[in-house]
Write a protein that binds this ligand. Structure first.
Ligand SMILES: *[C@@H]1O[C@H](CO)[C@@H](O)[C@H](O)[C@H]1NC(C)=O
Ligand SMILES: *[C@@H]1O[C@H](CO)[C@@H](O)[C@H](O)[C@H]1NC(C)=O
Ligand SMILES: *[C@@H]1O[C@H](CO)[C@@H](O)[C@H](O)[C@H]1NC(C)=O
Length: 428
């Protein structure tokens, strides 16, 4: 049931997506990614853009592709089958399939250029607009490099540096700030770099089991691997978010962080290709400045990360709980009194090592879920008792569920049943 923390942002994004085109036009005029007009570009230090004289000829792209062993992909927007003009022609069956699955993250993961935050597509190839509306590249990257290793990163960085082309790093396309796309860009597409290994790690600051994960590993894949080795690794709530990319580099919130710290705090080592094309290892003892910058400085800000190695923790039991109540049938004071009681309980919940994801709307309040590693069900129930007492005193109907699971993965799977994102959002 748990939703990703970006739910509200996503709701906003989907509103904009389906909102009037006029709104979109206005919004995009001030979008930070809007490419400047050609005349402005010529006299500025902006990137070379398709159509500019500096844009490489076809033979340069072909030569680049050969150095990559054929891993260069020219972008065909994901919704091209829903439109008549450009790219492959309209295909009713493929368009229907796409429309029916568009709101599931999985639809976008295997595509080399798609993004889940619709705001950043500029509506240039929207599957829900009529077939007669043209489909153009718009804010999609021009090319993606299906990277397998650091040398693919280095070749792509060298090519984009040489030709002054915008570079984007994209894994799954979850980035809600639009960083996984960019008009006129070449992207390093990290999604297929899936290797994971458990190592006996020894450094000045940490000795123990550590997980080395390549750039394309998703949260759920990391959790399943850790579970199979009897350890826990710190990741987020959304199963398909990449754990190595902007998630960990940007801080990394998730169900286990009250007890163990943020995902960025777990990183022992980054393998990273710098803007100058050097492959470096950054640890607290080596390339320290880069190490600390990557531990929270934002995805892709300081380099293109090839892998990270993270601390793990011995597996423990995990208790989880959900509670929900609505404000129908009683007054707002009682509703907010109950909400206040939960908020007063949060410090003790966090002190006990629980992460409590809660959501309030004008109609309802829900905790979905609270996750407490190493805490018994009875102790978690006690932490919710003040709220339950309050609800019972005011005769407010509520639904409370709690359970103790043998492993974190079982708790995560039970509390994060695949959520149908079709109505409200593109990413989860
Ligand atoms: C790159 O080369 C591969 C293999 O020859 C080919 O399939 C692909 O279409 C090429 N990419 C581009 C952008 O031309
Ligand atoms: C984005 O949309 C606006 C409004 O339709 C359009 O003027 C602009 O050219 C688009 N940007 C790109 C990169 O296609
Ligand atoms: C998701 O919701 C849509 C309707 O919005 C429905 O057609 C589809 O079957 C649902 N899929 C799942 C997996 O629940």
């Amino acid at each position: 049931m748990a939703r990703c923390l970006v739910l509200l942002l996503a709701l906003l994004a989907s509103f904009i997506f389906f909102g009037p085109v006029r709104t979109l036009t206005l919004d995009y005029a001030s979008s930070p990614q809007a490419p400047p007009r050609q005349a402005e570009r010529a006299k500025s230090s902006c990137r070379c853009f398709p159509g500019d004289a500096c844009w490489p000829e076809q033979n340069s792209w072909d030569a680049f592709n050969r150095t990559l062993g054929g891993k260069l992909i020219a972008t065909v927007p994901i919704a091209a089958p829903c439109h008549n003009e450009a790219f492959p022609p309209y295909d009713a069956a493929r368009c229907d399939t796409l429309r029916n699955t568009y709101f599931f993250p999985e639809t976008h993961l295997e595509n080399p250029s798609s993004v889940m935050a619709p705001f950043f597509t500029n509506n240039t190839c929207n599957p829900f607009l009529p077939a007669s509306v043209p489909c153009t590249l718009g804010y999609y990257v021009s090319y993606a490099v299906r990277a397998s290793d650091a040398s693919d990163y280095q070749k792509t960085i060298a090519f984009t540096n040489k030709h002054n082309i915008r570079l984007v790093i994209r894994n799954t396309g979850h980035d809600y700030n639009g960083k996984s796309t960019g008009a006129g860009a070449v992207s390093i597409w990290t999604h297929n770099m899936k290797s994971i290994e458990l190592k006996d790690y020894r450094s000045l600051s940490f000795t123990g089991k550590a997980m080395k994960m390549s750039a394309g590993v998703e949260v759920k894949e990391a959790y399943e691997f850790a579970d199979s080795r009897g350890v826990m690794v710190i990741g987020g709530n959304c199963p398909t978010v990449g754990i190595v990319g902007g998630y960990s580099q940007g801080g990394g919130h998730g169900p286990l962080v009250s007890k163990f710290g943020l995902a960025a705090d777990q990183v022992l080592e980054w393998e990273v290709v710098t803007a100058a094309g050097r492959l470096l290892t950054a640890t607290p003892d080596q390339n320290q400045d880069l190490y600390w910058a990557l531990c929270g400085g934002g995805g892709g800000t300081y380099g293109a990360v090839v892998s990270l190695t993270a601390k793990t923790y011995p597996a423990t039991t995990v208790s989880s709980a959900t509670i929900s109540f609505t404000n129908t049938g009683y007054n707002a004071d009682e509703f907010y009194d109950a909400v206040g009681t939960l908020i007063e309980s949060l410090p003790s919940m966090v002190d006990a090592g629980a992460v409590v994801i809660w959501l309030i709307t004008p109609q309802a309040f829900l905790v979905e879920p609270a996750t407490a590693p190493g805490v018994s069900k009875a102790d978690l129930d006690n932490l919710f008792q003040p709220l339950i007492d309050n609800l019972q005193e005011n005769a407010v109907p509520y639904t409370y569920m709690s359970q103790e699971y043998p492993t974190y993965l079982q708790s995560y799977n039970a509390m994060n049943a695949p959520w149908n994102v079709s109505q409200n959002q593109l990413g989860q």
